[in-house]
Design a protein around this ligand. Structure first.
Ligand SMILES: [Zn+2]
Length: 162
């Protein structure tokens, strides 16, 4: 990872290695496996829900979700190619909404701190897939002012599903 040193620091600060994973191991195992694959074989992560059974179960967040949100945001802050950015944004989207209130507000408040990363991504015209994920994250965060602006001014760059 281009910002591996920062990611290491955030993993350590998040305390994720002391949280039990749903599969019985320590919760950092899922993030470590994800980061390895993201570095070496990002194609294998496409359309694969790597968090399922570890960080979330269906749309329910497990105790490691807020720590994972911090690590994903730290990773997203680095420079990546389009595919890796798409995978990171998809993962962050998975932590932006839940069927249950447990850990949801905590995750959303972590993700909200990067709101301008998502606004920039959605308006950049670089990648329709990344723009779409970023736009959906903003919708989950209920950033209605910016959702509205993007709908008005950037509808050509963002595949709107709604
Ligand atoms: Zn696990």
């Amino acid at each position: 990872m281009p910002n591996d040193r920062l990611i290491r620091s955030v993993i350590s600060a998040s305390g994720i290695s002391q949280i039990r994973c749903e599969c019985g191991r320590w919760a950092d195992h899922a993030v470590e496996e994800f980061l390895n694959m993201l570095g070496q074989d990002p194609d294998s992560l496409l359309r694969k829900n790597w968090m399922e059974g570890h960080v979330l179960i269906s749309a329910f967040f497990m105790p490691s979700a807020p720590a994972v949100a911090k690590i994903m945001m730290a990773a997203l802050a680095g420079e990546h190619d389009t595919l890796r950015r798409e995978i990171l944004l998809d993962s962050i989207l998975g932590l932006s909404d839940s069927d249950s209130p447990e850990y949801l507000q905590e995750c959303q408040s972590i993700i909200s701190r990067g709101v301008w990363i998502f606004i920039e991504e959605a308006s950049s015209g670089r990648s329709r897939a990344c723009a779409s994920y970023a736009f959906e994250i903003l919708q989950c965060l209920e950033e209605s002012e910016w959702v509205q602006m993007l709908q008005n001014d950037y509808s050509d760059d963002i595949p709107m599903r709604s």
